[in-house]
Write a protein that binds this ligand. Structure first.
Ligand SMILES: C[S@@+](CC[C@H](N)C(=O)[O-])C[C@H]1O[C@@H](n2cnc3c(N)ncnc32)[C@H](O)[C@@H]1O
Length: 279
């Protein structure tokens, strides 16, 4: 029987839900090891690996705050249900106008509940900010955006994280990948990296360039733990040259993948993914 993949409450373009089984089959992990995910995004990979100890990090403070609020019990599935029911009603009445009111409110107050609301009602579940770090994804029109069934689905996604936090030692830290990797020098760790894809449009929270990719490689090599890096290998138009140049020393596992989330047409085409490993 196929194992259930738990989808997290916060979505992001480039989410690896479909690649979780392949990633799971190819990692080297035991109960004593620390799982380190310097580019957590939605967190779907680590959340399904279910490590006993983990560091989930990202430079997007809203993702990190959301999970820290669950961890600190400022937010729970009950609060999420009430919030989405009442905000969903207002959205039903106010339509676009209400969505943009919440977006403006979020850009001033940075509430985690508003972040969840926007993430689950915006266009294609994107996370995108402008140069001034203002969330700028438009409304994703849909009748009955927050239907009962949709709210229950989100609530169950929050419940899964709550349950995992009761039985595991997971830490959520807002920091750049270099600080995350630097902080794990002593332990036995497995580092799973899924940075923005080099050479493709990147629209997350921070930009990504060759300098960063090179720095990431150097840090992973000097860290001396097992690592796996997700990147793109090729599509029908072009090839990711960095796979052979920068990452040529790694073993490569390929899989064709189709991205559903994302406004950009590039993200919707089929792409051959590469999992690069150092073992
Ligand atoms: C491809 S997404 C990760 C997707 C994730 N694996 C998933 O399945 O949902 C890349 C993430 O890297 C984060 N990011 C970008 N630059 C970063 C940096 N310098 N350090 C840490 N995180 C960064 C972005 O905010 C984004 O969440």
């Amino acid at each position: 029987m196929k194992e259930k993949i738990h989808v997290p409450p916060i979505k992001i373009q480039g989410i690896k839900t479909k690649l979780v089984p392949l990633i799971k089959d190819n990692i080297i992990m035991d109960k004593e090891m620390l799982w380190v995910e310097p580019f957590m995004g939605s967190g779907v990979v680590g959340f399904n690996i279910r490590p006993q100890q983990a560091i989930f990090a990202d430079t997007n403070p809203h993702i990190i705050n959301f999970y820290n609020n669950i961890k600190q019990k400022n937010i729970d599935s009950y609060i999420v249900r009430n919030f989405l029911e009442s905000e969903g009603d207002k959205l039903e009445k106010g339509d676009d106008e209400y969505y943009y009111e919440v977006r403006e409110r979020f850009n001033k107050n940075h509430s985690s509940l508003d972040f969840l609301f926007l993430n689950r009602s915006c266009f294609n579940g994107m996370i995108r900010f402008n140069k001034n770090y203002k969330f700028n994804v438009p409304y994703g029109h849909k009748p009955q955006r927050f239907s009962k069934a949709y709210i229950t689905k989100i609530v169950n996604q929050v419940k899964y994280v709550e349950q995992m936090l009761c039985i595991s030692d997971w830490n959520f830290i807002c920091q750049s990948f270099d600080n995350t990797i630097n902080s794990i020098q002593e332990e036995r760790a497995f580092i799973y990296c899924d940075p923005p894809y080099i050479g493709r449009n990147v629209d997350y929270y921070d930009s990504w360039s060759e300098d960063e990719e090179t720095k990431l490689k150097k840090m992973l090599i000097s860290n001396n733990n097992y690592f796996m890096l997700s990147t793109w290998d090729h599509n029908k138009y072009r090839k990711n040259e960095y796979v052979d140049t920068l990452w040529g020393f790694c073993k490569k596992i390929n899989k064709e993948h189709f991205y559903y989330v994302g406004a950009n047409e590039n993200n919707r085409n089929s792409i051959v993914e590469a999992l690069l490993i150092n073992y």
